[in-house]
Design a protein around this ligand. Structure first.
Ligand code: ADE
Length: 233
């Protein structure tokens, strides 16, 4: 979302690329800049051309990840965003998690092997030294295209052993695996799914404050990555 992207754009003094590498007419935006020894591109899927709201969800994120990898050939992807968290699994508002595994919870295909395809479990690039050095929490992520959670979603999320729930991660993990670009997932908790507040209300209430925590964590992650090769992360 724009609210998640802009603090990071400002922190790294990135500027919008006037020669967008993306097809004409798509809302996807690339901000770019250099920071220390790194070339950073921040890709924001932009606003839905018809409805004018942020293009959240798996379709936009998979498309934009594919297009960005094709155009920019990155060494590493960082998917930074907000997520719902489960207090039963140790999540609190404002916590920042590094994701160890990504899976879907709303792609139910009850046919042998297709069931596993639907879940789409993929390991994230966990970067053990980064997790240790920055003292970040690690948890599994479950992704679906809804902010709320049906009972069937809940059963799948429990089966996925997820601590955090978002609307993009597993789709980005799919593309990163397909094109063999390592991806680190940084997720900041805006709402407690197994709490007593309505999700949409709690999410909107905490969004601005939690994006500050996210932005600080992304800065720490980028500072740690700077000057290191993949095997040192
Ligand atoms: N992003 C932030 N909170 C979320 C939730 N509860 N579900 C999915 N995506 C989210």
């Amino acid at each position: 979302m724009q609210t998640e992207a802009l603090p990071i754009v400002n922190r790294f003094q990135l500027t919008e690329d006037p020669d967008t590498p993306f097809p004409q007419g798509v809302p996807w935006v690339r901000y770019q800049g250099t920071y220390k020894d790194l070339n950073i591109s921040l890709i924001w899927p932009g606003k839905d051309p018809t409805l004018g709201v942020d293009s959240v969800g798996t379709i936009s994120s998979a498309l934009v990840t594919y297009a960005a990898i094709q155009a920019l050939q990155p060494d590493l992807i960082i998917n930074a965003g907000t997520a719902g968290g489960f207090k039963a699994k140790g999540a609190s508002i404002g916590d920042v998690f590094i994701v160890s595994d990504c899976a879907f919870h709303d792609r139910r295909i009850p046919i042998p092997v297709f069931d596993l395809y639907g879940v789409g479990l993929r390991k994230a690039f966990v970067a053990p030294n980064l997790v240790k050095e920055l003292n970040l929490k690690v948890g599994k992520l479950s992704t679906g295209d809804s902010l709320d959670m049906t009972q069937q979603d809940e059963s799948s999320i429990i089966a996925n052993d997820a601590t955090v729930k978002d609307m993009e991660g597993a789709a980005i993990a799919y593309v990163s695996d397909l094109l063999k670009v390592p991806a680190i997932f940084v997720k900041a908790v805006t709402d407690i799914i197994d709490g007593d507040k309505p999700t949409a209300e709690e999410f909107l209430q905490n969004l601005a404050a939690v994006t500050t925590a996210l932005d600080l964590a992304v800065e720490q992650v980028i500072n740690f990555i700077n000057g290191k090769c993949e095997s040192e992360l």
